[in-house]
Write a protein that binds this ligand. Structure first.
Ligand SMILES: NC(=O)c1ccc[n+]([C@@H]2O[C@H](COP(=O)([O-])OP(=O)(O)OC[C@H]3O[C@@H](n4cnc5c(N)ncnc54)[C@H](O)[C@@H]3O)[C@@H](O)[C@H]2O)c1
Ligand SMILES: N[C@H](C(=O)O)[C@H](O)COP(=O)(O)O
Length: 347
């Protein structure tokens, strides 16, 4: 049986549906075997946004089962609707209805992946305030999927540790902590969290790269603490955690100065990167360098889950939603990475 990939529609008020429609329109080969989990009317509205009037339209086909995605005619968007999804919400506004619908689609796709019915899920962006307004108790996809996978496995969430990786062709970064305040992120720089991040990164990237990843560990403080002059986290916490992971066979080096470690890891034709991945101590330390290189190529991958999940590295872009100008490139890259991880052909 050919497995399919579910693309969740994201927040209907954001650019998710329209970048999905654009991807199906302009990147048919990459989107082969993919279907959308979402609301048919939302995808029809998005299709109208991306095909200028008089150009023949972009048909949306309702399907009842993932396998039906393999039968739809070319240039048609297969949509598997879920019961009770609300109609498309006004562009660019936070709405609880859109947050709830986005979460419902992700939960459906995660369950299908956990049951082995689909090869992977690719999540279009949702808005975290909308998710919160809907009463969903998780800040983003990563935490939602972690909880869903833990429930499926019948274990507490703490026994399903996951980490966020952002990757583009030049740089990869994995975060010690994700959606918490900067104060909480500082508290999350613990021996246990760092060792766990190193082990998850090592296990997840070894099969992808075909060798153990060379992991650079960023320090927390300016110049990685300068020998304890600007903070003791490197001496007291990060270096011992690296030593423990190294003893377990992880190829980790550091702590290295955070302001130069990404430059050293960046892999370009003129500069082979010194490392395969940088372990960042908190969200923005890792994501700023990756996003600064451009949102077109970046992909967000959740490491540690018993399913394959990728996502574009940008959000709902409420400022441009509904204008038909949003770039689908990062979503297409996310689909390509999911295909690669699932062992499906990459076009
Ligand atoms: N995968 C996800 O679900 C995901 C990822 C990141 C952010 N978010 C959420 O999205 C919401 C909005 O976040 P934000 O405003 O900080 O970041 P954003 O990525 O939505 O937008 C930042 C800027 O980049 C532009 N932009 C983003 N994607 C683009 C695209 N494909 N084409 C052209 N321009 C694009 C936007 O117009 C905006 O100017 C927040 O709730 C955030 O948490 C979700
Ligand atoms: N931290 C991510 C980013 O900035 O790209 C984003 O918020 C997405 O998070 P989830 O994949 O957990 O929704």
């Amino acid at each position: 049986m050919t497995k399919t990939i579910a693309v969740t529609m994201g927040d209907s008020a954001g650019i998710g549906p329209e970048i999905i429609a654009k991807a199906f329109k302009d990147h048919r080969k990459a989107l082969e075997n993919c279907f959308v989990v979402g609301d048919v009317a939302t995808l029809r509205r998005a299709a109208q946004v991306v095909v200028p009037p008089g150009q023949g339209g972009l048909p949306v086909a309702q399907i009842a089962h993932p396998q039906e995605a393999l039968q739809v005619p070319p240039r048609c968007i297969p949509v598997l609707p879920l019961p009770g999804l609300p109609p498309p919400q006004p562009w660019g506004q936070v709405s609880a209805a859109a947050g709830a619908a986005a979460a419902q689609c992700v939960q459906w796709a995660a369950d299908a992946a956990l049951r082995g019915e689909i090869a992977a899920l690719v999540t279009a962006p949702l808005h975290k305030e909308a998710l919160h307004a809907a009463g969903v108790d998780f800040p983003g996809h990563t935490e939602l999927l972690q909880a869903q996978a833990a429930r499926h496995a019948g274990v507490p969430i703490a026994q399903m540790p996951v980490r966020m990786m952002l990757a583009n062709p030049e740089l990869r970064t994995v975060l010690v902590s994700i959606h918490v305040s900067l104060r909480q992120a500082l508290e999350a720089v613990t021996h246990e969290n760092i060792v766990q991040t190193l082990l998850i990164t090592h296990r997840a990237l070894t099969p992808i790269l075909g060798h153990a990843p060379r992991i650079a560990v960023a320090g927390l403080n300016p110049h990685a603490g300068e020998g304890g002059l600007f903070g003791r986290e490197e001496v007291d916490t990060i270096a011992p955690a690296i030593a423990q992971a190294r003893a377990a066979g992880v190829d980790a080096l550091g702590p290295l100065a955070p302001d130069t470690v990404f430059m050293r890891a960046r892999n370009t034709p003129n500069h082979p990167g010194e490392f395969d991945v940088v372990l960042a101590m908190y969200h923005d330390q890792g994501l700023i360098p990756v996003k600064y290189l451009g949102v077109e190529q970046g992909v967000n991958v959740t490491l540690g889950l018993p399913l394959i999940r990728t996502s574009p590295d940008h959000g709902t872009a409420f400022d441009i939603a509904g204008q038909g100008v949003a770039d689908p490139a990062s979503l297409v890259q996310a689909v390509c990475m999911a295909r690669q991880m699932a062992g499906l052909s990459v076009r």
